[in-house]
Design a protein around this ligand. Structure first.
Ligand SMILES: [Ca+2]
Ligand SMILES: [Ca+2]
Ligand SMILES: [Ca+2]
Ligand SMILES: [Ca+2]
Length: 496
């Protein structure tokens, strides 16, 4: 072998090695990006108890694994909403009408009386932890004069497409504490509710608390949403988590079906807590993350337990040990919160009828049309146990009509007025007997007068080349579309 050949061979080998190495790098990059999409992210918030303005501190746990630990942590901060606080909360939802999660930072303002304030980080980027934009301060309702923790969560409680925000504060009078919560109904895309519910009171979990949390999810075999309210019990000995499970909230946000789950040891001092339901160990059975801010003599940190595979009463099959800590700067906090950012179980999609070139389902007046939905993405092999449907006219989106639950993914509609409508649909999904409700899809619909063949030439349309007309008949060319005139207005006119 000549030296040149040997050099060429060496060069080839080096080129091959570089190629293989770069493929490994590309694989690792794409692999880590894919993981960021598949695994849930965990957000914790702690309110920094400073001498002046109390800011929000947050930690992002990237790619929470089936055992509950995150693969890495990233921290950041954002301005708070006052100078003194007696609790906080964190809630994840979809508020500004895109598919990018939004996070509500809640501040329980320590005043006379206490009051809720919150701000929203819109469009949390699950690839780099950045935020699209921040809202200003939004004022919530008042509480009592002494609070000992708070919580926040977002759900769909009153059977429509707008998210509802639950704000919880632990009322701390002399004697037994209680959970107070309010519902901000139907957040608009800026995060303000159409109205606040009255105060709803639930007996608490102890007489001394150092933090709390609230989370809505789907726990049992009834697809109504379920609410967990948590308090960090703070007796003279070591602290512990305790919570109450409210199954199947009515459309008024209340339930009489409360049960108690107690005892999971913590340290001796806490400065806030949080609770969030989600799917951690990948079996479609809900899991519960409970977080408390550990408050030793030095720096504070986030600690959490995961209750894996809740039974239909909200009691987990097992608890992980304490996971963490993710540190918090400074020595004191005044409230915290937790939220899990995860893909929904499934995503529904419209199967039929197909949409037209106008991006809408085009239907004829007074003729029944069957709409069919199915899963577009089904991570846990859920079965479709039914669907919920309602619709609005595009002209009046607040006028919601005909909320109906079907036992299949099909529903028939007959529209009796022409115009534009939006049909909303979400599917009821079932995994191991547990029923939950998917996100809602919006199906735009246009109702037309059925096209008719005119007996007189539509001269303006002929002149415009919109239709072909010859000797009293519409005509067509083989292989070319024939255009008839339909109209979606109550008056005759050109099609849109
Ligand atoms: Ca968003
Ligand atoms: Ca709502
Ligand atoms: Ca339920
Ligand atoms: Ca699970």
């Amino acid at each position: 072998m000549s030296t040149n050949n040997q050099k060429a061979k060496n060069l080839n080998t080096i080129t091959n090695i570089i190629f293989v190495l770069s493929m490994i790098v590309i694989f690792c990059l794409t692999h880590s990006i894919a993981q960021a999409d598949d695994r849930p992210e965990l957000l914790f918030m702690g309110i920094l108890d400073a001498a002046e303005a109390n800011d929000f501190w947050f930690s992002i746990g990237w790619d929470v694994r089936a055992g509950g630990g995150a693969s890495s942590w990233q921290s950041g901060g954002t301005g708070g909403l006052g100078y003194e606080s007696s609790g906080g909360g964190l809630a994840m939802g979809y508020i500004n009408d895109n598919d990018i999660p939004d996070v509500v930072f809640v501040y329980l303002n320590d005043w006379t009386p206490d009051d809720f304030r919150y701000k929203i980080g819109f469009d949390f980027n699950i690839n780099d932890g950045s935020w699209g934009s921040w809202s200003g301060s939004i004022q919530g309702p008042n509480l009592g004069h002494h609070s000992a923790g708070g919580g926040a969560t977002i759900g769909y409680i009153n059977d429509n497409e707008r998210p509802d925000l639950v704000l919880m504060g632990i009322d701390d009078p002399d004697g037994a504490n209680s959970f107070w919560y309010y519902i901000g109904w139907d957040l608009n895309t800026e995060g303000s509710p159409a109205e606040w519910s009255d105060k709803i009171s639930v007996s608490g979990v102890s007489s001394s608390n150092e933090g709390g949390g609230a989370t809505i999810g789907y726990i049992d075999n009834d697809p109504r949403p379920d609410l967990i309210l948590m308090g960090v019990d703070a007796p003279s000995r070591a602290n512990n988590f305790r919570y109450k499970v409210g199954l199947n909230l009515g459309t008024d946000g209340r339930t009489q079906n409360w049960s108690y789950v107690g005892g999971n040891a913590l340290g001796f001092q806490n400065d806030g807590g949080g609770a969030t339901l989600g799917y951690v160990n990948d079996n479609g059975i809900p899991d519960l993350i409970l977080m408390a801010i550990d408050n030793p003599s030095g720096d504070n940190s986030f600690w959490y337990h995961v209750g894996l595979d809740l039974n239909t009463n909200g009691q987990p099959a097992s608890w992980t040990g304490v996971i963490g800590p993710a540190g918090i700067p400074g020595w004191a906090n005044a409230g915290g919160g937790a939220a899990l950012v995860y893909k929904p179980l499934t995503q529904p999609q419209l199967v039929s009828p197909v949409k037209g070139s106008n991006g809408k389902v085009n239907v004829a007046l007074n003729e029944p049309v069957t709409f069919e939905v199915d899963f577009a993405d089904n991570r846990f092999n859920a079965t479709l146990a039914g669907a919920q449907w309602w619709y609005t006219s595009a002209a009046d989106p607040e006028d919601r009509r005909d909320f109906t639950t079907t036992s299949t993914g099909e529903k028939q509609y007959t529209f009796t007025d022409v115009g534009d409508y939006i049909i909303y649909c979400r599917v009821i999904e079932e995994v191991s007997g547990r029923k939950s409700v998917s996100r809602t899809i919006a199906i735009p619909v246009r109702v037309w007068n059925r096209p008719t063949v005119a007996t007189t030439p539509p001269q303006a349309n002929i002149d415009a080349g919109d239709v072909s007309w010859f000797n009293g008949k519409y005509v067509g060319v083989k292989g070319q579309a024939v255009r008839l005139i339909a109209d979606g207005n109550t008056e005759n006119g050109d099609p849109d």
